[in-house]
Design a protein around this ligand. Structure first.
Ligand code: HEM
Length: 422
């Protein structure tokens, strides 16, 4: 960060994209955000977005630095009154979730909940995630189907329900609450009817989780809720309210994102048939494929921090409490860091990316998401040896800060292999 003031700030009336144009609410951005973000990165890499009250960073190195600098805040209540974070993410009357909490509260919570999410702990869930993928994909008939509705949505919800130990008979109710509450989360613009439905769903979900906690207290099992109940860090334990809030965050942060990752992966492979063939021939490329999808078409396009003091960032004056919106999608395609950034290459050597954020808020579910995506893709490719794009509807979703499909039409004939009986 330099302390030199930029000599000639970009003109106020420039026609660079800003505000809603930089979110999936705008049709052009929704369809293909990358040329828009590239234009911003080239012309105004630290962009003051007055419409939404934030400063948008599009260079890889700035995004990397901001995410990892522990001095920045995330608690929306510390944001300026008209800042993006304060207006759209926080509620003054509620403790924020871990995602939007600062230290020392964040450190304490993260310490108490991190154990089941370490790579080693998550690896134990691989057979169960695979079994869920097989069960869901086996149910699909030959012919065309919507990959999002039939595969990408149900698998993460069922996996998280199983991890939480939710009775399979309750999965449908659980899914409907989680779908309703996700619909309005993280969005600056919402239909009031959706907001009311989301509020109702959250109330019901919280009551349901409170019951589940009581049940697990009586009969502990091998699940996340039992593990949260048992965790004890030097006498410190999670309260029931904290467990409920944590479970809700897992649903909000983990379902839509993993759905989008699976959808974006299938779309990228179908649009690049040579890469798809390569992956079929060399399944050992799966791990790198998932990383390349995360870089090439990140399910989360933005994260954010709040300026902790007045500062000058590479010549741009920033006030304490202003929202810093870091574009993960732009960072992942920065030509200063990635050769041919717009090329989808499952053998790319350097697939490091910013899609899971960084620093103390680095995505807790990163290993779980990678594992679910890899298992889902491998089951899908095995069951459908001739997977192709379908003729049905294919449409991007309009959730700001996220990138994924509302529907993705694919066609395929099932194999006759194990579990693929006709
Ligand atoms: C492809 C899927 C996913 C993506 C792209 C993703 C992305 C992210 C991002 C960008 C952040 C914010 C990081 C930052 O600002 O530094 C985050 C935080 C978080 N994610 Fe994920 N996520 C995914 C899946 C999941 C899953 C499956 C779970 C859990 C089941 C999860 C749980 C969380 C939690 C709890 C946080 C807050 C961590 C903290 O504040 O300490 N995520 N994720």
């Amino acid at each position: 960060m330099s302390s030199q003031l930029r000599e000639s700030p970009p003109p106020e009336d420039s026609d660079l994209p800003t505000g809603i144009q930089l979110t999936a609410l705008d049709p052009a951005f929704r369809e293909d955000p990358y040329p828009i973000l590239a234009r911003l990165r080239e012309n105004d890499p630290i962009h003051r977005d007055r419409e939404l009250g934030r400063i948008v960073f599009t260079r890889h190195d700035d995004v990397f630095e901001i995410l990892r600098d522990p001095r920045y805040w995330t608690d929306p209540r510390k944001g300026l009154e008209d800042s993006f974070t304060r207006r759209f993410l926080g509620r003054d009357d509620e403790e924020p979730s871990m995602l939007l909490m600062d230290d020392p509260g964040h450190r304490r919570l993260r310490n108490l909940v991190r154990h089941p999410f370490t790579p080693r702990a998550v690896e134990r869930w691989r057979p169960r995630a695979r079994a869920v993928a097989v069960r869901v994909i086996e149910g699909i008939e030959d012919g065309e189907f919507d990959l999002i509705e039939s595969v990408a949505k149900p698998i993460p919800t069922v996996v998280i329900a199983e991890l939480l130990g939710v009775d399979p008979e309750q999965h449908a109710r659980f899914k409907s609450w989680s779908d309703a509450s996700i619909k309005t989360a993280f969005s600056p613009v919402n239909d009031p009817a959706d907001v009311a439905a989301a509020d109702r769903a959250l109330v019901e979900l919280r009551l349901f989780l409170a019951d589940e906690i009581e049940r697990r207290r009586q009969h502990p099992g091998d699940d996340l809720i039992s593990s949260m109940l048992q965790t004890d860090e030097a006498g410190d334990r999670l309260t029931d309210a904290e467990i409920v809030s944590q479970c809700t965050l897992l649903l909000l942060a983990g379902n839509l994102t993993t759905t989008d990752l699976i959808g974006n992966a299938v779309a990228a492979l179908l649009r690049h048939p040579r890469e798809l063939e390569k992956l079929r021939a060399r399944p050992e490329l799966m791990k790198n494929t998932v990383e390349e999808v995360l870089r090439y078409d990140s399910p989360v396009t933005n994260s954010g921090r709040i300026a902790h003091e007045d500062m000058v960032f590479d010549g741009v004056e920033i006030l304490q409490g202003e929202s810093l919106s870091v574009s993960l999608a732009a960072a992942n395609r920065d030509p200063a860091v990635y050769p041919e950034p717009d090329r989808f290459d499952i053998e790319r050597r350097d697939t490091h990316h910013q899609s899971f954020g960084g620093g103390r808020h680095f995505c807790l579910g990163a290993h779980l998401a990678r594992l679910e995506a890899a298992e889902t893709l491998s089951v899908l490719l095995a069951r459908f040896p001739r997977l192709s794009s379908g003729e049905g509807e294919t449409r991007y979703a309009g959730n700001p800060s996220f990138r994924g499909f509302e529907s993705l039409s694919v066609g395929g004939e099932r194999s006759l292999g194990k579990g693929g009986r006709k």
